[in-house]
Design a protein around this ligand. Structure first.
Ligand SMILES: *[C@@H]1O[C@H](CO)[C@@H](O)[C@H](O)[C@H]1NC(C)=O
Ligand SMILES: *[C@@H]1O[C@H](CO)[C@@H](O)[C@H](O)[C@H]1NC(C)=O
Ligand SMILES: *[C@@H]1O[C@H](CO)[C@@H](O)[C@H](O)[C@H]1NC(C)=O
Ligand SMILES: *[C@@H]1O[C@H](CO)[C@@H](O)[C@H](O)[C@H]1NC(C)=O
Ligand SMILES: *[C@@H]1O[C@H](CO)[C@@H](O)[C@H](O)[C@H]1NC(C)=O
Ligand SMILES: *[C@@H]1O[C@H](CO)[C@@H](O)[C@H](O)[C@H]1NC(C)=O
Length: 428
């Protein structure tokens, strides 16, 4: 039916009132419609949107892409931020909120879910999959090696249908947060001669305060065995010398050592942690390494900068070599030649951990890129694959190193370890 004022026989006064009421109703419905429209525009269009009113008048509204993430699940002191966090990501004009939750139904409607900690029960996995919204990206995000974060590996049945992207130190991860890297100089500066040998009177140091009993392998036992052949000063809770937590003091103390034992807590693909990069950058020492494979150190660390234990046939051979290098100035200084050809950089914690702005914005960028290229493929991160959990079988190719393994040894005891879900959840 038409509004009253179009009808014949209605008085002028009534017509005016009806006209005003109708205009108001129209204005309200227009506003409702347009704000709905604006909201939907807000979630899709970056930066500026131009609204054309007539031939001459235009107005612009700065619009943002809005993103909601949920970090699942809560572990006190683990994420190092106060939730909820709000970030602005400049590149795609996005405003982001990250909440965290232990309740599976809270993931409904989120653009992405971070998984950085566990453990999960089978029921929780089922609930999470039940509440997963279409298009929601699940991100496996950690800076720890696979062996430590086994508690958010999904049950094998969900192996390929859980995570879309990974955010780890591994170079194959979708969002890469390396601990450090080596960059050759494009054109090397003039060579600086320095006798590193002369400035380092002490032999070898090891510092560690976590997982002393061993996680993937028993590195404490390894150090004790090495110390039967050469002098090793052991610092931190796993050793004998207490060190005050002060960067300047540590720097001064460790700079006096020719060698630094950079022994990772477990041997998983490309897990080259701050223990290695500190030895280069802060202690200016020659690291003796066990962690990744020989190929990985060769690819990721500076050339001729470290001693890999897996290059030797026994502990005696390794110790003999260390002793020989420690007694030969020329040989020792050769381990510092790379410093004339390139440099190392470390990446601080905030850049490697997903819930800070840098990491969150990298994820947003990736989502925006997916949108702008109209990508339709299904991204799958396989947490059991050869670049992650599947790489943590053992330390080294040599049996004498493998003898220090704890975890791998236990795995081989379970014949059906491939399917034994509880086994993956043993180590916290
Ligand atoms: C690792 O070696 C240390 C030193 O011998 C020992 O005290 C500890 O029990 C060992 N850990 C395991 C899990 O065998
Ligand atoms: C600490 O010192 C004691 C006594 O000298 C020695 O038996 C032990 O092996 C040392 N431990 C480490 C981790 O170096
Ligand atoms: C020290 O090492 C250099 C380089 O490998 C070698 O040429 C030299 O003979 C060594 N010196 C001694 C005393 O072994
Ligand atoms: C993505 O799809 C939109 C809408 O169909 C289209 O306008 C745009 O050109 C597409 N972009 C690419 C990179 O294919
Ligand atoms: C994420 O993984 C789920 C489950 O495999 C899949 O349905 C979805 O399409 C994936 N999303 C993306 C963006 O790849
Ligand atoms: C799976 O692992 C658990 C914990 O180690 C063990 O008790 C159980 O016997 C294993 N199951 C099989 C079938 O080996």
């Amino acid at each position: 039916m038409l509004p009253g004022y179009f009808q014949a026989g209605v008085s002028y006064h009534k017509q005016r009132i009806l006209f005003v009421v109708t205009v108001c109703l129209l204005a309200v419905s227009l506003f409702c419609f347009s704000s709905k429209y604006v909201t939907s525009v807000l979630s899709k269009v970056p930066t500026f949107k131009v609204f054309q009113l007539s031939d001459t008048r235009q107005f612009m509204i700065k619009t943002y892409n809005r993103y909601n993430f949920v970090a699942f699940k809560k572990k006190p002191g683990w994420h190092f931020v106060d939730f909820p966090c709000h970030y602005t990501c400049k590149k795609h004009a996005a405003q982001v909120t990250v909440r965290f939750s232990n309740k599976a139904s809270d993931i409904i409607g989120a653009d992405g879910v971070f998984f950085s900690t566990g453990p999960f029960t089978l029921e929780e996995w089922e609930a999470l999959h039940y509440y997963r919204s279409p298009g929601q990206v699940w991100i496996f995000a950690t800076q720890e090696p696979a062996a430590i974060v086994a508690d958010f590996l999904p049950p094998k049945a969900y192996r390929y249908s859980t995570y879309n992207w990974s955010f780890t130190f591994h170079s194959t991860s979708d969002i890469h947060g390396a601990y450090g890297w080596y960059t050759p100089y494009p054109s090397p500066p003039p060579i600086k001669e320095k006798n590193w040998y002369k400035s380092k009177p002490k032999l070898a140091a090891w510092v560690s305060s976590r997982h002393c009993e061993g996680l993937g392998w028993n590195r404490t036992l390894f150090v004790l065995d090495l110390a039967r052949h050469i002098t090793v000063d052991t610092y931190g809770k796993c050793g004998n010398i207490t060190l005050r937590k002060n960067r300047a003091i540590a720097q001064k103390v460790f700079n006096e050592y020719k060698f630094h034992l950079s022994l990772e807590n477990s041997c998983c693909s490309e897990y080259l942690s701050e223990k290695l990069w500190n030895a280069f950058e802060n202690w200016e020492s020659v690291p003796i390494v066990i962690g990744g494979t020989k190929e990985e150190y060769k690819r990721l660390a500076p050339p001729h900068s470290y001693i890999h234990a897996d290059d030797f046939n026994s502990m005696e051979e390794l110790a003999d070599y260390i002793r020989m290098v420690s007694e030969n100035e020329t040989l020792y200084n050769e381990y510092f030649n790379w410093r004339n050809k390139g440099y190392v950089q470390q990446q601080s914690f905030e850049y490697r951990f997903p819930v800070f702005d840098t990491g969150v914005c990298k994820i947003v960028d990736k989502m925006e890129e997916r949108k702008s290229t109209n990508a339709t493929g299904v991204d799958v991160f396989d947490p059991y694959g050869p670049n992650w959990f599947g790489s943590c079988y053992r330390c080294g190719e040599h049996a004498w190193i493998q003898n220090y393994n704890i975890w791998w040894r236990r795995l081989t005891f379970a014949k059906d370890w491939e399917d034994n879900r509880t086994l993956y959840w043993l180590d916290g």
